[in-house]
Design a protein around this ligand. Sequence first.
Ligand code: DLZ
Length: 166
Amino acid sequence: MSSVDKNLSSIEGTEVPNASEFRFAIVYSEWNSTITNALKEGAMSTLKHFGAKQQNISIHPVPGSFELTLGAQYAAEFTDADAIICLGCVIQGETRHFDFICDAVAKGITDLNIKYNIPVIFGVLTPDTMQQAIDRAGGKHGNKGSEAAITAIKMLGLRNTFIQEK
Ligand code: DLZ
């Protein structure tokens, strides 16, 4: 299914919990900063749209997407974040660097979800071209940073549902 069909940036009709009591850390890559800054802005404005308080959102840059895993681990260890949103953009190049970075960060972030038992959201674009990245960072395919923020809030809502039912 294409990202057009799964565009969570169209938030009407989706049930997103109130985020006013949640704390978030955003870890973002400085590589492809035009894109990652747009993802970060999308994430922040969406968190606030759903009630998150500015003082409950901490922002942490890392050099490249490969460093997102350790950046997120630091956030899990050293902040009181309920959820961590990782934002990056790895563009397919002529070498296998792309595969190594994408595989490593996907696995690293997956492991952090389990290790810390908190949502660590994979908001990493892996496009073939810069235009595809632009399209997904506030362009015609929405803003994947915004979608990552919604995912974080929904996962915290799910956590609270389980806690209340216990
Ligand atoms: C080295 C590299 C390359 C070639 N491409 C990207 C990219 O498209 N997106 C990105 O976020 N980072 C890239 N990097 C940097 C790596 O993520 C990492 O910072 C370095 O390999 C140092 O560990």
